[in-house]
Design a protein around this ligand. Structure first.
Ligand SMILES: *Cc1c(COP(=O)(O)O)cnc(C)c1O
Length: 396
């Protein structure tokens, strides 16, 4: 009988030769072979993506990172998984492997900030043109496709404003036009949505978030199908991207409890939302929590669960009072990232232009509507509600 993924994440291998419940942390640069023939044979195996227990050199990983690759391969249903030292490394790996001068890429306007910056600024310097499309308009996406379109980069949902897109429609269109597809699936994780099964060529997750789950490790995972494997392997080997064995170990440890943690994040989130929805200063909750929520149907169509990240839209003429609200929270830390055990809050200034980007091209919120992103952690929701209640008073 095929084991369920929940069971698999507890017992990924049958190898207990080291007699401990966990894999050893193998830190290695040189990997030793018995003969030259063995070394050559091994490199052939890697090229063909055959099952291996070690690489031929530490730059590509060690048996600890292979253990993690295998777990994620199973979780994603992937041909291969490339691990990187940070989440963002997985995004730049995909872009730099696939895009070449003269190409165009279509990028969902709601993507993670640095994804926008690399598309808008760095790729341009390589003569690759990024065009941003409205994540809530399939028509807009469709109308921007040209003969030069090489790749469609989707983030679903957008991790600040939580737009959900009709994913299989995008895949169908892309396949017809021979365009590669990439999905940033960090919010849902492959536990709740499997991008490769829908037909995406590349499924990305920042392992820094829910995979590791404890705000103490960074990593990225780019799971791919056979079609793009060769191009990505080529760039992966030459770029020097790699995840360390120690980081891989922490992420393996996080994955054991991914299912239970996500369940609890969701349960806590619903309790918090139940409180938030009664607050007059909050005019919208960006999260698919009820059938009348924006894009609820699209969430329901593709996802088997929801996680702990959401945004609230606060109406106030005084931005400083919204900042005061965030500052006065005691249990919600102020800081980047999310997906750890702890609650976080941050005011997002999405319209802001920077040296590298023009900010949002499609933005439906008004000047006096402020977006505060919350990560609901694993604390007792009663305490979180008390904290929010006390601090919301500061909003004018
Ligand atoms: C955090 C994040 C990333 C980048 O991951 P890092 O590990 O911080 O480099 C990419 N996409 C999304 C949606 C994220 O939230």
């Amino acid at each position: 009988m095929k084991k369920s993924i929940k069971t698999y994440l507890k017992h990924p291998t049958n190898d207990n030769s080291n007699r401990s419940a966990n894999p050893p942390v193998i830190r290695a640069s040189t990997i030793l072979f018995n003969t030259m023939q063995e070394l050559y044979g091994h490199e052939k195996k890697i090229k063909r993506n055959q099952k291996i227990t070690h690489y031929s050199y530490g730059r590509y990983g060690s048996s600890t990172t292979i253990e993690l690759e295998n777990m994620l391969k199973e979780l994603e249903g992937a041909f291969h998984v490339f691990l990187t030292g940070t989440g963002f490394g997985g995004i730049s790996l995909a872009l730099m492997s696939i895009c070449r001068p003269g190409d165009e890429i279509l990028v969902s306007d709601n993507v993670y900030g640095p994804t926008k910056e690399i598309s808008e600024k760095l790729l341009k310097e390589f003569k690759i043109n990024a065009i941003f499309y409205n994540p809530e308009s399939f028509y807009d996406l469709k109308s921007k496709i040209s003969k030069k379109t090489k790749m469609i980069l989707v983030e679903n949902p957008g991790s600040n404003t939580f737009e959900f897109q009709d994913l299989s429609k995008i895949v169908k269109l892309a396949k017809r036009k021979k365009i590669y597809t990439f999905l940033d699936n960090t919010w849902g994780t492959p536990l709740y949505l499997k991008p490769l099964k829908i037909g995406f060529d590349m499924s990305f997750s920042s392992a820094t978030k829910y995979y590791s789950g404890h705000s103490d490790a960074m990593g990225g995972s780019l799971a791919v199908n056979k079609k793009v494997f060769k191009s990505i392997m080529f760039f992966y080997k030459l770029s020097g991207y790699r995840m360390s064995a120690d980081e891989a170990y922490l992420i393996i440890r996080g994955l054991r409890t991914l299912d239970t943690r996500l369940k609890q994040h969701f349960e806590n989130t619903l309790k918090i939302i139940n409180f938030l929805k009664k607050q007059k200063k909050i005019i919208e909750i960006l999260y698919p929590y009820k059938p009348s929520s924006r894009n609820y149907k699209l969430w329901k169509k593709y996802y088997s669960g929801a996680t702990g990240l959401l945004s609230i839209v606060i109406k106030s003429k005084k931005k400083s009072s919204v900042i005061r609200f965030v500052n006065s929270l005691e249990l919600f830390g102020i800081g980047y990232s999310w997906g750890g055990f702890e609650s976080l809050a941050i005011l997002q200034d999405l319209k802001k232009q920077t040296e590298y980007t023009k900010g949002r091209h499609f933005f439906r919120f008004k000047k006096d509507e402020h977006i505060v992103r919350l990560h609901i952690g694993l604390e007792d929701p009663k305490d979180l509600i008390f904290d929010l209640k006390r601090s919301l008073k500061y909003i004018k």
